[in-house]
Design a protein around this ligand. Structure first.
Ligand code: OGA
Ligand code: NI
Length: 355
């Protein structure tokens, strides 16, 4: 059991600092998510997580293209999670992003943005856990969240961050466009339907850097509790330490990504747009007692002002009724960020119950 006294919320510091305290053998009791160490157990995937070769979508060969669309359909319908290869994001850029992120967390505190500003929609936020104003149990995680599109923001330090972020934003947007086109077709819609309806030219893109230092009782703590992401798709890269787990057919599975692949998970707004055909996937981050894990999640949503509802063609063509209430994307984002991170609780609020 966690034996250390709870940390008073007013004394919360970064988890990096807490993890570096001398002789830390147990976690403060308000970092214990689970009482039973079995709760954090996860299995190795029985069938392998789908891998999508995204270059097939633009290969010019119609057979290749339709195979890729079919694969996307299956991956979104059955998993909500897949690995993308041949994604066009250079390996050197992915490596540089992870390095600059590590440099950021290692900066002296006075060179970082102010710790934990209040407004959850601030364009640059550096903090710990998820929402310490609301939480009773904290996550073993520090984060940096930066809005990089449609407006571009960047912290000043490390010096290399700004240029790298601009480059990464560009490259990930290309991938997002390809995914949006392929997924739109996989839903039986016109190729550009999702892009047009959700105004992806001014899509909200958030760079989320996660820092999970070693934890003395990894079986009790969590880096991030089970949740789904708010946007359309999140693109995730990590420093090969491992810790991401997804829920598939009711079971927790460890994700061991192929080197240099990009992990994609589908978010709540894809679930809404597809009228529930493509469910957002629950995932969480486990921690370990040996190595610091760094991950970078690029969250890609509709444009901030878009009022999202199920695609009308899906509802009309299939004789279905809309299963979700229309809501402005930033309002949804605000609710998600301003509450506890708790499964799919925000999505449940816009779900029409009688479907
Ligand atoms: C996230 C997230 C998981 C990870 O940032 O939304 O789920 O593995 N991260 O860091
Ligand atoms: Ni997530």
């Amino acid at each position: 059991m966690a034996s250390t006294a709870p940390i008073q919320p007013s004394k919360l510091t970064s988890i990096k600092k807490l993890s570096e305290s001398p002789n830390l053998n147990s976690i403060p009791s308000n970092y214990a998510y689970y009482n039973d160490p079995h709760d954090i157990c996860a299995s190795e995937p029985p069938d392998s997580i789908p891998t999508i070769d995204i270059s097939l979508l633009t290969s010019g060969n119609p057979d290749h293209k339709s195979k890729a669309i079919q694969d996307l359909n299956k991956a979104c319908e059955e998993w909500g999670f897949f690995m993308v290869i041949n994604h066009g994001i250079p390996e050197s850029l992915m490596k540089a992003m992870l390095e600059v992120t590590s440099e950021f967390f290692n900066l002296p505190e006075e060179e970082k943005p102010k710790f934990e500003p209040k407004d959850v929609l601030e364009p640059i936020r550096y903090g710990t856990s998820f929402n310490t104003a609301k939480e009773k149990v904290f996550c073993w995680r520090d984060f940096l969240k930066v809005f990089v599109h449609p407006e571009f923001h960047s912290p000043h330090k490390p010096n290399a961050l700004r240029e790298l972020l601009l480059e990464y934003r560009e490259r990930t947007q290309n991938l997002v466009r390809k995914l949006a086109r392929g997924i739109s077709e996989s839903l039986g819609l016109e190729e550009y339907e999702m892009e047009k309806t959700l105004n992806l030219n001014s899509s909200l893109q958030i760079f989320i850097a996660n820092y999970y230092p070693p934890c003395p009782q990894p079986q009790l703590a969590l880096g991030m509790p089970p949740h789904s992401d708010h946007g359309l798709f999140t693109l995730l890269i990590e420093n090969q330490v491992g810790g991401l787990q997804i829920q598939h057919k009711g079971e927790w599975l460890n994700v061991n990504p192929l080197p240099n692949s990009i992990l994609v998970n589908t978010g709540d707004h894809l679930e809404i747009f597809s009228n529930g055909k493509y469910k957002s996937v629950l995932h969480r981050a486990a921690v370990n007692n040996k190595n610091t894990r760094i991950s970078i999640a690029m969250a890609n949503g509709p444009s901030p002002d878009t009022i999202v509802c199920p695609a009308s063609k899906l509802v009309d063509n299939e004789g279905c009724v809309p299963a979700y209430i229309p809501m402005k994307y930033t309002e949804y984002l605000f609710s998600q960020q301003n509450n506890l991170l708790n499964g799919k609780s925000i999505l449940d609020r816009v779900k029409i119950k009688d479907n």
